[in-house]
Design a protein around this ligand. Sequence first.
Ligand SMILES: Nc1ncnc2c1ncn2[C@@H]1O[C@H](COP(=O)(O)OP(=O)(O)O)[C@@H](O)[C@H]1O
Ligand SMILES: [Mg+2]
Length: 266
Amino acid sequence: MADKLAIEKVSHVFAGDNRRAPLRVLDDVSFSARAGEFVSIIGASGSGKTTLLRVIAGLQAPTSGGVSIDGEAAAGPHRKLGVVFQRDSLWPWRTVSGNAAYGLEMRGVAKRDAAARAMKYIEMVGLGGFADYYPHQLSGGMRQRVNLARALTIEPDILLMDEPFAALDAQTREVMQLELTKIWRETGKTIVFVTHQIDEAVYLSDRVITLSARPGAVRAETAIDLPRPRDLRVKRTEAFQNYVGLLWDMIETEVMKGFRVPAGVD
Ligand SMILES: Nc1ncnc2c1ncn2[C@@H]1O[C@H](COP(=O)(O)OP(=O)(O)O)[C@@H](O)[C@H]1O
Ligand SMILES: [Mg+2]
């Protein structure tokens, strides 16, 4: 069986102008994801993670290389893909229901039908009682739940997530990680998840792709062989910490290359 998603030799250079030299951001990136697999991409700030996700989402044409879905070359936004970005991108004048239904409406589904179909996912992300709330009436964690519901409502096979929990406090973030693994199990989606938080990647993933410093190239692929389902206590086990240590060492080396001074990731 073909991979669900394949990234094939993707390189990207942002063109320069009379003030700026061209910037090589991605260098020959290849990896794939099987149907139902949870793959994370980690890398230092500026290593090209967001650019890579935008290429996969069909929002940015790469300079070379390409993406295929179910064995077919994909160009431009694809109906099998849903995206959740780091910044919540909710419409302030739409309710939770209206926001969650938005993607379906864009696909030509009538408003009432779209709202009815969105309800299943609003409930799945734990916002059943908040369908008629507006974004300003929600916490940051709740707003990211709405973003997730919106991506799920179009029923994509593949969910792309770019640091979706980065702006959340530590406790909310952990709750969201736990709930995302539940939703992933329930829906069988293929997920590509970008983060710079190493423990988040280890906790969530079947496999972690580590990018080098810019230009981002695949430095390593690490299978995370921890039993599932994983509750949050797995983070305190030695096996878990060993994975975190291994990935930290790789990332740290790359961060140093980028800045040539000791620095954290991001
Ligand atoms: N539209 C753009 N035009 C020019 N440079 C860009 C653009 N988007 C991102 N970059 C640059 O590409 C590099 C990688 O950015 P990004 O993909 O956002 O990295 P990451 O998500 O890993 O932090 C950065 O140096 C950034 O400044
Ligand atoms: Mg980014």
